[in-house]
Ligand binder design. Structure first.
Ligand code: ATP
Ligand code: ZN
Length: 225
């Protein structure tokens, strides 16, 4: 077991949030030596350990109090919260800061040739997504009788493969949609990266450290504006 006196922060190991999250930690003065294959990275100048994991695991690690903090996209966080609430598992956390990277939107897109007037055109349709809880919440809010088909990858090829009529996926530029003959019709969730903390209280020392780090994060974000 690692030292419980050190602040444990979960960060995506590899992907769209890793570089910016690690750059932010470095920018606020945390020295890190990250070695490729390792799950954990120790800071050499602060009592901080990074846990490098898949982004999907980060909300649960924070909600279960296994790590003290985590950097995560709001899309993934909200999805995991809804999933856990539906099975009455712990889903609490505190949002410390909304960050200035990881921006994207979760949108419903349809094949170019599909007839579409408004959201009611989705009635009776199958929509492929990695975010079934967010999508079903949206259907419920809009009173749409459609079904979510869960796919963890290759969502954008589902309509062509005949697996679904439409998709609900993350979009930033829209280039992937276009390349797959899809058209964005509804934005259902706007997301950025956030820094979250577990809801259980931290030790006084750890909380004092967090309280020193947050103004530095604000400073780095202001400097970039
Ligand atoms: P992992 O292997 O960690 O599970 P992943 O494939 O699920 O990685 P990434 O593609 O690295 O995840 O995306 C991580 C997060 O980056 C997304 O959940 C989202 O919050 C954010 N993001 C920003 N822009 C985009 C985009 N254009 N497409 C997908 N995700 C984006
Ligand atoms: Zn993931």
């Amino acid at each position: 077991m690692s030292d419980s006196k050190r602040l444990k922060i979960a960060v995506q190991k590899k992907g769209r949030l890793s570089d910016d999250s690690i750059a932010l930690l470095k920018a606020i003065g945390i020295k890190l030596q990250i070695r490729d294959r390792l799950l954990i990275a120790h800071s050499t100048n602060q009592p901080i350990d990074l846990l490098l994991v898949r982004d999907d695991d980060i909300p649960g690690l924070v909600m279960d109090g296994v790590v003290d903090m985590g950097f995560i996209g709001e899309n993934e966080l909200e999805e995991k919260m809804l999933e856990r609430q539906s099975s009455k598992r712990p889903a609490d956390f505190k949002t410390l800061r909304r960050l200035d990277y990881g921006g994207c939107r979760l949108s419903i897109a349809i094949p170019n040739e599909m007839k579409y007037d408004d959201v009611t055109s989705l009635n009776g349709k199958k929509v492929a997504t990695t975010y079934p809880y967010l999508l079903e919440r949206y259907f419920k809010e809009k009173n749409i009788d459609a079904s979510a088909v869960m796919l963890t990858g290759s969502v954008e090829v589902a309509p062509r493969a005949g697996v679904a009529d439409a998709i609900c996926d993350l979009v930033s530029t829209g280039a992937t949609l276009e390349a797959n003959g899809l058209r964005e019709e509804e934005v259902i969730f706007e997301s950025k990266a956030v820094l979250i903390q577990k809801s259980q209280p931290l030790s006084d020392d750890k909380q004092a450290l967090v309280n020193r780090l947050l103004p530095r994060i604000d400073g780095v974000m202001q400097a970039k504006e």
